[in-house]
Ligand binder design. Sequence first.
Ligand SMILES: [Fe+2]
Ligand SMILES: [Fe+2]
Length: 360
Amino acid sequence: MISTRVATHGPRGSKQASTQFLKTLNGLNTYSAGLRPTFVAIHHVQLAQASQRQFSNTSKTSKIDEFFPQKETDKVRRTPPAWPHPVYSYNDMESVVVAHREAKSLSDKVALLAVKVLRWGLDFATGYKHEKAVALNGKDPEAARKKYAMTEEKYMIRNVFLESVAGVPGMVAGMLRHLHSMRRMKRDNGWIESLLEESFNERMHLLTFLKMSEPGWFMRFLVLGAQGVWCNALFFAYLISPRTVHRFVGYLEEEAVITYTRQIQDLDAGRLPKWEKLQAPQIAIDYWKMPEGNRSMRDLLLYIRADESKHREVNHTLGNLDQVEDPNPYVSEYKDNEKPHPCKDLKFQRPTGWERSDII
Ligand SMILES: [Fe+2]
Ligand SMILES: [Fe+2]
């Protein structure tokens, strides 16, 4: 059970503690702009709410089970997910690495710049300063921990927000390619399937995190606003240059792999004690087919990071292809099946994407 001091004090206690919390944070972050405390305050309110919930939902009576419960009907037994997830081996998941594809063309550079700007904006808004934290940690670990430490709650807020926007690009691209195929009266060569599957997978990440912490109204408002802007921006961007959008998503997924790698490292280093004994929710166990004995929060982060590495590879690869004529290499059959080629699981990993000349 996640509990904070605030949660035990009731609404009035929460308000007093929030004020104190804000004062403390303002004192710690004197350089921050006026925007920051607002974000922090809302997050704190959310944390107070989240803190009253169990992070594990293995118990039938836990509150989080009621957040989006399975609807019981007279005749339906269960509704399985649309796309079954490939089975990942533990070794393959452990072998996922942080990687960066060098930006070569102008389109690559535009995509990379866009990701850097977005990352900077989100870090600023949520007070996430990994580089500064690492630098200070070298000199004074205790001061670094006090000033910049990411907690389980902060990571969870970040994960919920990021996963809620991560599910948009694949759906927009898939929809546009679907319309394009009908307009041109030609087949799409298998791209739509992988793009929709990617957005489905991102939504499963989100649903999994939502089983662990229910967002407050401010987070819902943020997601709504972000979705409105993000969805429309991607729609026009994909019409103008699909290649740039795939590269952009590839770079975005590089960041996702970094973020989940840090969470795993923090967990291993004992900096996230509340997650140490936490079990993955049932929705995750079913979706990833997590084997008995490998259903911890760490295992869950390994699965999600592996998915992000796959999105990174798929989008960098799609960004290397002819956007109109080439088949989707992730759903194609190969003349020489023994030779390494793109696949849906982690058998042949290519973090910076497959070059067109190697696979088409
Ligand atoms: Fe994700
Ligand atoms: Fe992703």
